[in-house]
Design a protein around this ligand. Structure first.
Ligand code: HEC
Ligand code: HEC
Length: 480
């Protein structure tokens, strides 16, 4: 518990300096910080100012706040540390504090979001050195080894176009869940067992079987969880929303705990992690981080000189001929550019719709980058992500490199990963979920499992043809 000794009034803000009862250095928790204070968070965001559909100015101010949080180097004055909490996404207590709070393995592993997400600019991807050692944090919360028996090592992916990705996933989820409902009501009305193919935005997700008594057989569902919620984030495809990921990341990397998950309502304590700091991250702070990420422009295709353009054109055709585009689908159609936060599928442990008044709505069409999206005949926005937001088996006994993880995450098989979205891939080396492949050729050659046929065709190409594919993929960049 903090005992607050001193109260200053400084301009409009109120600064409260609190000293720890343990007698350690004073921690500052303030409505507004002095610019030279140790705290990186100058002011917490009050979500009540951002309800409903935001005007361009409101959105801009929220995004700017998110941008500074994303690049802030958090300190103990902000609440860094989780001596008695693990990295688990469900609040979990440690048995004892770790030997040292910072460790590249189990975390705390960084000072800022941007420490890892910076390539080629903030919001981007990361080098091998920025890898994260992902463990569920229930049993193996403390490990000081990079051995894969303790954690799954993952390379940092970029966040450009992430708002569009989440919107696509939400619309796909609605489609899949409607198909489940209609299978169930058909089974109920006819008294027969109904088999329905699951398909969202042209992506096939296997089959669902509904029985007349209301039972559902999920065994033939493919590439998505049985709840039919498309989870587009993490390379495993197990995280639903930017909001959920952001709350996880804040706790895992920085020991910064969001009230909406770690506060008294869920844990019975305002200091679940026992670092003597409370109110570390407000729902408004999380919203600001989400708004920043959700409005990051989408990657684009670069301007090329004529030689490169010609090679890229040939590579692009080969990409389709080899059926790379069966998983890396060039673009998926999106009905609406309205981004609601919290979203419709945010789960327990993340602020949910209706819990704190009206959700905020961000109109992504306000952004200039949105005008670069092509429109379909039906007026849908075509999102050029080169992905399908679906998990696939990506390793087999002969081509096994991408089957390198030993721990399953969220009940997904070890050799299944979500199709990597290839927009921006020209700016985000190294490759593969572990970031241990330095060239595009290596990672394409490492596709096994469901991608084996396509990969075998790639391997049989001439050297010149493989170079053309490189020219195409390297033209898909994040404009610095
Ligand atoms: C130590 C490096 C590191 C730090 C710090 C970090 N990230 Fe990440 N981030 C990663 C890695 C690695 C992944 C991929 C995780 C995976 O695939 O399981 C990732 C993935 C993500 C994703 C999902 C992207 C996608 O397309 O799947 C989001 C969102 C995200 N990070 C947000 C944040 C935010 C917000 C912060 C700061 C609070 C942050 N990250 C801090 C390394 C980091
Ligand atoms: C069956 C689906 C499937 C097919 C077909 C497929 N891929 Fe992939 N691709 C994936 C998955 C899944 C990943 C993520 C692999 C990982 O990192 O675990 C991936 C990753 C990649 C990456 C690495 C991206 C990064 O940022 O690390 C590249 C490049 C790529 N694919 C190109 C291709 C090309 C070129 C082809 C055609 C020869 C192809 N893929 C065919 C599913 C597929």
């Amino acid at each position: 518990m903090n005992t607050c000794r001193l109260v200053y009034r400084q301009l409009a803000g109120v600064l409260v300096i609190c000293a720890l009862s343990s007698g350690s250095a004073p921690r500052v928790q303030a409505a507004e910080e002095l610019p030279w204070s140790d705290a990186a968070i100058q002011q917490h965001i009050d979500l009540r100012q951002y309800h409903g559909k935001l005007t361009a100015d409101q959105l801009d101010s929220l995004v700017q706040a998110g941008k500074s949080l994303f690049s802030a180097s958090f300190t103990v004055a902000d609440g860094v540390g989780r001596p008695m909490a693990t990295q688990a996404i469900i609040p979990t207590k440690r048995k004892r504090p770790p030997r040292s709070e910072f460790a590249r393995t189990a975390g705390l592993d960084a000072n800022a979001c941007v420490s890892c997400h910076h390539q080629p600019i903030a919001g981007g991807a990361g080098d091998f050195t920025a890898n994260v050692f992902v463990s569920e944090g229930f049993q193996l919360s403390d490990f000081d080894s990079t051995d894969p028996q303790f954690s799954n090592e993952r390379n940092t992916n970029h966040l450009f176009g992430a708002g569009l990705v989440e919107l696509l996933a939400r619309e796909m989820t609605i489609e899949l869940q409607q198909q489940r409902r209609s299978a169930l009501s058909e089974a109920h009305e006819t008294g027969e067992t109904i088999k329905k193919k699951l398909n969202a935005k042209g992506v096939a997700f296997g089959e669902i079987i509904a029985h007349a008594d209301g039972r559902i057989d999920t065994r033939k569902i493919r590439g998505v969880d049985d709840d039919l919620i498309v989870k587009p984030f993490s390379q495993k495809g197990v995280m639903t929303s930017l909001r959920q990921f952001t709350v996880n990341a804040l706790n895992h990397h920085h020991g910064m705990q969001a009230n909406e998950r770690f506060g008294a309502r869920w844990t019975g304590s305002n200091d679940h992690d026992e670092d003597s700091s409370t109110g570390e991250i407000t729902s408004g702070d999380v919203s600001a981080l989400v708004a920043y990420q959700a409005t990051l422009k989408l990657p684009s295709q670069m301007e090329m000189n004529s030689d490169w353009a010609a090679a890229s054109e040939r590579g692009s055709r080969l990409f389709d001929q080899l059926e790379c585009n069966s998983c890396h689908i060039r673009s998926l159609p999106l009905n609406s550019l309205s981004f609601t936060d919290p979203g419709p599928f945010d789960a327990a442990g993340t602020l949910r719709q209706g819990e704190s008044g009206e959700s905020s709505v961000y109109d992504l069409s306000l952004y200039e980058w949105a005008s670069t999206l092509e429109r379909s005949d039906q007026g849908q926005w075509m999102v050029p992500l080169f992905g399908d937001l679906k998990r696939h088996v990506i390793a087999d006994t002969q081509v096994a490199q991408l089957g390198n993880e030993l721990l399953s995450q969220r009940f997904v098989e070890r050799n299944e990963f979500m199709t990597a979205e290839l927009w921006g891939v020209g700016s985000t080396a190294p490759y593969g979920h572990r970031g241990d492949l330095t060239t595009l050729g290596e990672v394409i050659g490492a596709h096994g499992g469901d991608a084996r046929d396509s990969r075998d065709r790639y391997v049989k190409l001439t050297e010149a043809e493989r170079t053309d594919i490189n020219a195409f993929l390297k033209s898909l960049i994040i404009e610095p």
